[in-house]
Design a protein around this ligand. Structure first.
Ligand SMILES: Nc1nc2c(c(=O)[nH]1)N[C@H]1C(S)=C(S)[C@@H](COP(=O)(O)OP(=O)(O)OC[C@H]3O[C@@H](n4cnc5c(N)ncnc54)[C@H](O)[C@@H]3O)O[C@H]1N2
Ligand code: MOO
Length: 411
């Protein structure tokens, strides 16, 4: 069966994104929620601080009792108790003319209206000499001064970071409603493939792609299930796929999608209605996308050349995973940089060359790393960005400005 007419990168990405809906939110334990998009407005049901408490280790006193205290004319007060954080002492009220030892974070007894830090006293145990007067309310952290009941703590859509999670825990929330991590199953096809650590034959190679793709999926925030190698036999491929669908929100395969005599993925999935066709890009021309199984699990069938697989993931799968997770923007932002060297590019295709970005000087500069070959994994690992050459551009000179996708940046 002949391939359809080529799609542009933008068309293919638009088709993919239009076919997917964000995953339904569910309660996530806080540590699972790091990097996820909140799916609820979290409103405070408690105040912070929860009670008036001391900001210093010292003595809780009534200001009126110590207002005149100086080095030359100290005030002496009996010490009637000691209040530690989390140690309920029963000292709930402070009588006039007395002081209570108090530790940072411990509740300030009623009647007391300020705290004298140890440094302003003789640290006495049964009687304290106060040598300096605090201001009214000094060193007391008031209940509710930080967060009041009813405050909006986290807005729906917020990408939850360490500070949000710390706040949610501080108000006593063990979970937060968020869009979950997609479970991504990664299958490598190819009878030539071997698992790293196993012996190689003269015509076999190690399966780098399933690691490249699984690590990329995990980096994107997904749960990656690296299934590993499936031979070039449609039945074996369909069986392996069928086994995995139960734990997949997305399937990603590599290999078996071009014009060869053993293009297993294409052969196995075309009858199931998966779209296969060329996308006007280099690397990454042969692509496939569709839905498989009773639950209509989305499947991306990426080309087997390692650089093609990786760039296809970055260009199509990453935005899709971010849509499932409710994260914006879907695609990585691009920056502009000046080329250090001239480059050429095929007409009519968007080219993604590997590069190294230098933002240390006055203006960003990008140097091409290696050539355009889609087998160059050494150069891929040495790069930190993709240089994007538009479809209608065939040559760029040193000093020209190009768009660059930074590969390792959080966004
Ligand atoms: N006659 C044509 N041949 C090819 C075309 C074409 O249009 N006409 N397109 C080329 C392009 S572009 C690409 S990209 C590749 C895509 O091929 P497949 O997706 O079918 O992938 P394979 O043939 O299985 O493998 C290609 C290449 O990559 C190596 N490979 C595969 N899987 C892995 C893996 N898991 N880890 C490391 N390396 C892997 C494989 O050994 C091959 O060298 O097709 C071109 N051919
Ligand atoms: O387009 Mo293929 O993906 O060159 O390498």
């Amino acid at each position: 069966m002949a391939d359809p007419a080529p799609r542009s990168v933008d068309q293919h990405l638009a088709e993919v994104l239009a076919a997917l809906e964000p995953l339904s939110p569910s309660p996530q334990p806080l540590m699972e929620a790091l990097g996820l998009a909140a799916a609820e407005d979290v409103v405070a049901t408690v105040q912070l601080p929860g009670f008036d408490n001391s900001a210093m280790d010292g003595y809780a006193v009534r200001l009126a009792d110590v207002a005149t205290a100086t080095d030359e004319s100290p005030v002496h007060l009996p010490v009637v108790g000691e209040i530690g954080a989390g140690q309920s002492t029963g000292l709930l009220a402070l009588a006039p003319g007395t002081a209570a030892k108090i530790m940072t974070g411990a509740p300030v007894p009623t009647g007391a209206d300020c705290v004298v830090p140890y440094e302003w006293t003789d640290r006495g145990a049964s009687q304290v000499r106060v040598e300096r007067a605090p201001a009214s309310g000094q060193h007391v952290r008031r209940a509710g001064e930080d967060v009041a009941i009813g405050d909006l703590l986290v807005e729906a859509g917020t990408v939850l970071g360490p500070r949000h999670l710390g706040l949610l825990a501080s108000v006593g929330r063990p979970t937060v409603l968020a869009r979950p991590r997609p479970r991504v199953v990664i299958l490598s096809t190819g009878s030539e493939l071997r698992e790293p650590g196993q012996p190689l034959g003269t015509d076999s190679i190690y399966d780098g792609n399933s690691f490249l793709l699984a690590a990329s999926a995990r980096r994107a925030g997904a749960i990656a299930y690296r299934v590993g190698i499936v031979p070039d036999e449609p039945r074996a491929f369909l069986d392996a796929l069928e086994d995995q669908l139960v734990r997949a929100d997305v399937v990603v395969t590599s290999g078996g999608v071009s014009q060869g005599d053993f293009d297993v993925v294409k052969e196995a999935l075309r009858p199931h209605g998966v779209w296969f066709g060329p996308v006007a890009m280099q690397p990454g021309k042969p692509q496939g996308f569709g839905f498989v199984g009773e639950d209509r699990v989305p499947i991306f069938t990426l080309p087997g050349n390692p650089v093609s697989s990786y760039i296809s993931f970055e260009t199509f799968v990453l935005p899709a995973l971010r849509k499932l997770m409710g994260l914006l923007p879907h695609a990585r932002p691009q920056v502009r940089a000046r080329l250090t060297h001239a480059i050429a590019s095929p007409a009519g295709k968007r080219q993604f060359l590997r590069g190294e970005l230098d933002v240390s000087g006055a203006g960003a500069q990008v140097a091409p790393v290696g050539g355009p070959g889609s087998h160059l994994v050494g150069d891929l690992a040495a790069s930190d960005c993709l240089i994007v050459v538009p479809e209608d551009v065939t040559a760029l000179a040193a000093g020209d400005t190009v768009s660059v996708v930074r590969l390792d940046e959080e966004f």
